[in-house]
Design a protein around this ligand. Structure first.
Ligand code: GLA
Length: 377
């Protein structure tokens, strides 16, 4: 199975945690279609942890769906999700138990992959809790990677070992299509900026068929739900989405899509932002200029297909600031006679050809994003 662009979808964990059931999942499927999320590219609906009974079936050894939460079984839910034009995702764990203490797939990888295929699963998130200490992490991911490839169904393999054991250096060899590179996000400005900051040097390992996954988005949660924390406002969420898009990170929505704010819906379905995330060249951004004395202000530049570029100006500090960019730092000195013809992605305004140096004033927590073409002046 080839996954050439960052996967997009929804995952139940951020909002619902253990409070999942057939009704929530089916209503979410309806809402993903009604709110234009599927049309915007969010095609995977993923059920995270807490979907099963506490123990495997003593005879078949299969994991059994929780009868109370999923009275009609998982195939029923999967059929419903597919009937909406979406793809269906589920969750298991490389350890003996999942992080929320349900049966994990350790030593049952091949049986479980077959079971997921029977359910009609298209995506498997594979966590890392409760692993026997001497069991080798890379080997366990390889085992499930192989089981999925042999199960007779195309299943996207979403590894989730939180970035431990230098995961970036071996995860591609396991067959994983994306890999969580950090510990869990919570709905706060500090959490998502720290997560993004921790991966800027690791983005060169992210490419088609295995993307660096910096966790589910908290956009639209406003402090509610299972990973609520202090919450963010819409300005913060704008920064979160620009970061995820600049990184070509998987876009997995975590808010309750049945009750989305207009601002969250508009942000998450913004075609111009999604186009940067889904750019076919899948190149990592680089830090062009960092503010000389305020390292919470910086400019990231990402090469896009067809001689285009994205420039993102971030002010992560608590004060309004001028955020400098020397085009020399982006690779184009003034002496070249070239400049960038820049259009504001949020307003659509063309700000003309910029070269040498620019230094916009950026409000606290604000983000400016330009799409540009490199042209002869
Ligand atoms: C871990 C993962 C989370 C989520 C929970 C479920 O913490 O990192 O994304 O899947 O487990 O228990």
């Amino acid at each position: 199975m080839n996954v050439m662009l960052p996967p997009m979808g929804f995952n139940t964990w951020n909002t619902f945690g253990a409070s999942i059931n057939e009704k929530v999942v089916m209503e979410t499927a309806d809402a993903m279609v009604a709110n234009g999320l599927l049309e915007a590219g969010y095609k995977y609906l993923v059920i995270d942890d807490c979907w099963s009974e506490y123990e495997r079936d003593p005879v078949t050894k299969k994991i059994v769906p929780c009868k109370e939460k999923f009275p009609n079984g998982m195939k029923y839910v999967s059929d419903y999700v597919h009937s909406k034009g979406l793809l269906f995702g589920m969750y298991s764990c490389a350890g003996v138990r999942t992080c929320a203490d349900y049966p994990g797939s350790f030593d049952y990888e091949f049986l479980d992959a077959e079971t997921f295929a029977e359910y009609g699963v298209d995506f498997l998130k594979y966590d890392f809790c409760f692993k026997p200490q001497t069991a080798n992490g890379p080997m366990l991911y390889r085992r499930m990677g192989m089981a999925l490839r042999a199960c007779g169904r195309d299943i996207l393999f979403s590894a989730c070992n939180w970035g431990v054991d230098d995961v970036h250096s071996w995860i591609r060899s396991t067959g994983a299509h994306m890999y969580r590179s950090t510990y869990d996000i919570n709905d706060s400005f500090e959490s998502f900026t720290e997560i993004a900051g921790s991966q800027i040097d690791k983005l060169c390992y992210s490419a088609p068929n295995c993307f660096n996954d910096i966790d589910m988005l908290t956009i639209g949660m406003y402090g509610k739900g299972n990973v609520g924390s202090t919450g963010c406002n819409d300005i913060d969420y704008k920064m979160q989405f620009v970061l995820w898009c600049m990184y070509s990170a998987p876009l997995m929505i975590g808010c309750d899509v049945r009750n989305m704010s207009d601002a969250a819906k508009a942000l998450l379905t913004n075609k111009d932002l999604i186009a940067i995330n889904q750019d076919p060249d899948v190149r990592p951004p680089f830090v062009a200029t960092t503010h000389p004395w305020n390292n919470r202000c910086k400019v990231l530049v990402k090469m896009l297909a067809d001689n285009e570029y994205a420039f993102a100006f971030f002010n992560m500090s608590d004060h309004k600031a001028k955020v400098p960019l020397y085009f020399f730092d982006a690779g184009v000195p003034a002496s070249s006679g070239y400049g960038f013809d820049m259009t504001d992605v949020f307003t659509g305004e063309n700000i003309g050809i910029k070269s040498d140096y620019m230094c916009p004033v950026v409000d606290s927590h604000e983000t400016l994003l330009y799409r540009a073409k490199l042209v002869k002046i």
